[in-house]
Design a protein around this ligand. Structure first.
Ligand code: 1HE
Length: 262
């Protein structure tokens, strides 16, 4: 793993993955994607929850535009074989992998940075965060899964406005459009994301997996197929751990439900 581009730490059951190209505002190039893939894979193997954040002044300025020039120019000279976009593969590993992910966002969350954040399951922003999709300004189109993920989160109306007019959303507007679930004071996004991750880690891994893998798929199904899939999943929750958890509650040994966090 390229520790210069991506930092990786394991804090108990939580893997912390940091985008680490602060001088280039954490812009994503192929080397970053490779390092991210390795870090996400490792987190899936050894952690129960992942937290994704950016080092430096922003979360992520999106696609590395300098590298994109080289790639696009090269394409005209030597057309590449059609292949699945590497960003799609890695972002899918996050969204539909074995563990849930929390994103801690601050500063710019732009283009591919927003697409990456959208692959996580719970998103926290501090007050400095802003969101944009300036692809059209750069003459390109979204390519990191945003047409699917971001559009499902914010809907066509908001996405078309952001893409056509270049409108940036601040943290509060991001919360209103469901890009984030939490807005916290400046500098506190990572701490808050870690505390949410600790709560998520208290669930069974099996329950977390169903929430992150089954629920979104059901969302894509018809009413009938959705209920069928729910049935299949609720009927297979027979692990000893589930029975133990139920017993803990019935015997008065379970921790009380948590108060609503900000
Ligand atoms: C970059 C990039 C980048 C910064 N690729 N190098 N993304 C964008 O269109 C956003 C472009 N970036 C910005 O608008 C600004 O940099 C920020 C608002 C994010 C931050 O501003 P600021 O004033 O803090 O930093 P800066 O001075 O603009 O940039 C610092 C350095 O980072 C500078 O390099 P330097 O060598 O001159 O110091 C910038 O060139 C560099 N930098 N952003 C390359 N994106 C798979 S499809 C996804 C498509 C997209 O993501 S499109 C959106 C692209």
């Amino acid at each position: 793993m390229n520790s210069e581009l991506i930092t990786y730490e394991l804090e108990g059951p939580v893997a912390l993955i940091g985008l680490n190209r602060p001088d280039k505002r954490n812009a994503i190039n192929e080397a970053v994607i490779d390092a991210l893939r390795a870090a996400v894979q490792r987190a899936g193997e050894e952690a129960d929850v992942g937290v994704l954040f950016g080092h430096g002044s922003v979360f992520c300025a999106g696609l590395d535009l300098a590298e994109a020039i080289e790639r696009l120019t090269g394409q005209f000279e030597q057309p590449r074989k059609p292949r699945r976009h590497s960003w799609h593969l890695v972002f899918d590993m996050i969204e539909r992998g074995p563990i849930p992910w929390v994103a801690a966002l601050h500063g710019a969350v732009i283009g591919g940075g927003l697409e990456l954040a959208a692959a996580t399951h719970v998103r926290v922003a501090d007050e400095s965060a802003f969101f944009g999709l300036p692809e059209a300004r750069r003459g390109i189109f979204v390519g990191g899964g945003g047409t699917v993920r971001v559009q499902r989160i914010i809907g066509y109306t908001v996405m078309a406005d952001m893409m056509l007019t270049g409108r940036l959303l601040n943290a509060t507007e991001g919360e209103r459009e469901h890009i984030v679930r939490y807005v916290v004071p400046k500098g506190q996004a990572l701490a808050h994301a870690k505390s949410l991750a600790a709560k998520i880690a208290q669930n069974t891994p099996d329950a977390n997996w169903r929430i992150t893998n089954v629920l979104p798929r059901i969302n894509d199904l018809s009413h009938d197929d959705g209920l069928f899939m729910e049935d299949l999943n609720s009927n297979t929750q027979r692990s000893p751990e589930a029975v133990q958890r139920l017993r803990e509650f019935v015997e008065g040994r379970a921790a009380p439900l948590m108060a609503r966090d900000k």
